[in-house]
Unconditional design. Sequence first.
Length: 318
Amino acid sequence: MKVLVTGADGFVGRWLIRRLLDDGREVFGAVRPTADGDRGDGLNPEERAAVRWLPLELADSDSVRQVVDLPYDAVVHLAAVASGMDATRDPGYAWTINAAGTARIANVLAQARRDRRADPLFLVISTGEVYGRGAPTPRTETDAIAPCSPYAASKVGAEAAALEVWRRAGVRTVIARPFAHTGPGQDPRFVVPAFAQRLKFAKRIGAPVVKVGNLEPVREFLHVQDVVDAYARLLLHGKAGEVYNVASGQGVSLEAVFTKLGDLVGIRPIAEADPELLRAADIPYLVGDAAKLRAATGWAPRHSLDATLQQVLDATTV
């Protein structure tokens, strides 16, 4: 199986490449062009050498065509403005990359299928945030989508663009909606590694207070390896035109995550709210139901929350 992974040098992309290589796949890694030509940061030399690296700029139709119009068996579309803060700062750019970029890829795949050059499975990675606010129960794929952030709205646009080519041109599109996930190597702009970094620093300097955002929201935190396991299974068993939640169904408050990490570090500091870390569009409860994914693929998460948090801490330097 020849698999194109867009956003291959991102946090999830690196873990997915490892999984696909372990599965014996031929991997093509699409990354944004860089001045120094670095490819595969975070992978070991053997992994980097096993990947064919391709420069991809989602805002450039010619770049998309050159990278996507090859005879792949599957395309996993991870590349995106993935930070909610970045998307809020520039919603238009988030839509350009997340929605319009997906539409460009989808259009190339539709043309390739029409001309009988290729017919890959198109696995589009969305987000559980598209469900927005709702009752404090796990979300299912039949729940209404109601995005309440620029990031989530741009991902709804990406889903719409991808599913449109399935309806119009028969491109075998599958949508994955992962809920919150973390693991070693995640950027500290995201909440779990941010907590880990601040807590370890507080212990080092003996600080009694740690700055935090809103600790009331309830989330779930899958290990990134469980998430890429779901993606690998969907490449084999996902049904075209369908949406699948990737979720544990086990909610935990951010306050509890902060406390668990503090206990693992060995401190119990005061959590002090910082206005700069508060989000106007926080979703109070966002947990998913992955029964559909389990039924289709046999997937189940294997990493506990405590083990996941410990791995993040072990990988955190201050």
